[in-house]
Design a protein around this ligand. Structure first.
Ligand code: TYD
Length: 214
C-alpha cells in the first residue's frame, strides 16, 4: 500500500554528467525561500547503512554481479524510505532526493538490461513505498554527457561504462517521462544556467500551486 504523505517528495534524475548536482542546492534554496522546511538526501546513500552500500556500489574494485547491484540499490532504498523519507514527510518537510526509483529502471533495466518485472517485484516488497510528487529529469545530448563523464578524473564504477550503456539509460528515462508526464518534468541542461533555473522555478511553483501550498 502507498504511504500517505503530509509533506512533499521531490526526486531528481538524469544521467551521470548531466549537471544535476549543480542544480540541487538551487532547488533546495528556492523551496526554502518560499518558507518550507526541506530535507536533502541521495540514493544510493542517505543513511549510515545506505552510505556504506554506496561505497560498495561505486568505489569497490571487485566486479559486482548485476543482480547484486540491484539488491544493494534496493537495500539502500529501504533504509532511506524507513529512516529518512517517511519520518521527514511526517514532520512536513519537503524531501528532495538526488535519485530514486526511476534510476533503477534507467540504470538496472536500461543500462544492465535486467527485466523490468524484477524491479516491479522489488518495489512491491518495499515497506512504505511511495511515489514522488514531482520528478525533475535533467537531460542533455548524449555526446555532451559522455564527454563530460570521460573528462572526470575521479570516475566511479558505473561512470566507467561505455556509450551504449548510457544510451540505453537515456532511452529508458525518455520512455519513463512519456509514460509519467504528469509526474516527470524534463529540463535540458544544454542552455545557460539562468534558463535552466527559470525552468526549475516554473516547475516548482506549479507543484506548490497544484498542492495548494501557496
Ligand atoms: P550519482 O548520484 O550520479 O552521484 P554523483 O553525482 O556523486 O556522481 O551516482 C549514483 C550512481 O548510482 C549513478 O551512476 C546511478 C547509479 N544508480 C543506479 O544504478 N541505480 C539506482 O537505483 C540508483 C539510485 C543509482
Amino acid at each position: 500500500m502507498q504511504q500517505k504523505k503530509p509533506g512533499l517528495f521531490i526526486t531528481l534524475e538524469g544521467l551521470d554528467g548531466v549537471g544535476k548536482t549543480t542544480h540541487i542546492n538551487f532547488i533546495q534554496d528556492y523551496i526554502q525561500s518560499k518558507g518550507f522546511k526541506t530535507y536533502l538526501t541521495r540514493e544510493p546513500g542517505g543513511t549510515e547503512i545506505g552510505e556504506s552500500i554506496r561505497n560498495l556500489l561505486l568505489f569497490n574494485h571487485e566486479k559486482i554481479n548485476k543482480i547484486t547491484e540491484l539488491f544493494l540499490m534496493f537495500a539502500s532504498r529501504q533504509e532511506l524510505i524507513s529512516n529518512v523519507i517517511i519520518p521527514k514527510l511526517n514532520e512536513f518537510f519537503i524531501v528532495i532526493s538526488d535519485r530514486f526509483i526511476d534510476s533503477s529502471y534507467a540504470y538496472q533495466c536500461g543500462g544492465r538490461q535486467i527485466d523490468t518485472q524484477h524491479i516491479d517485484s522489488l518495489i512491491s516488497m518495499l515497506d512504505g513505498y511511495l511515489t514522488p510528487d514531482l520528478t525533475i529529469l535533467f537531460d542533455a545530448d548524449i555526446n555532451i554527457i559522455f564527454e563530460r563523464i570521460n573528462k572526470s578524473t575521479k570516475k566511479d564504477r558505473i561512470e566507467n561504462e561505455n556509450l551504449e550503456f548510457f544510451n540505453r539509460i537515456k532511452s529508458v528515462y525518455s520512455e519513463l517521462q512519456k509514460k509519467n508526464s504528469q509526474r516527470i518534468k524534463i529540463i535540458s541542461t544544454e542552455k545557460n544556467i539562468e534558463v535552466t533555473q527559470s525552468k526549475i522555478i516554473e516547475i516548482i511553483d506549479d507543484l506548490l500551486i497544484r498542492k495548494n501550498l501557496v
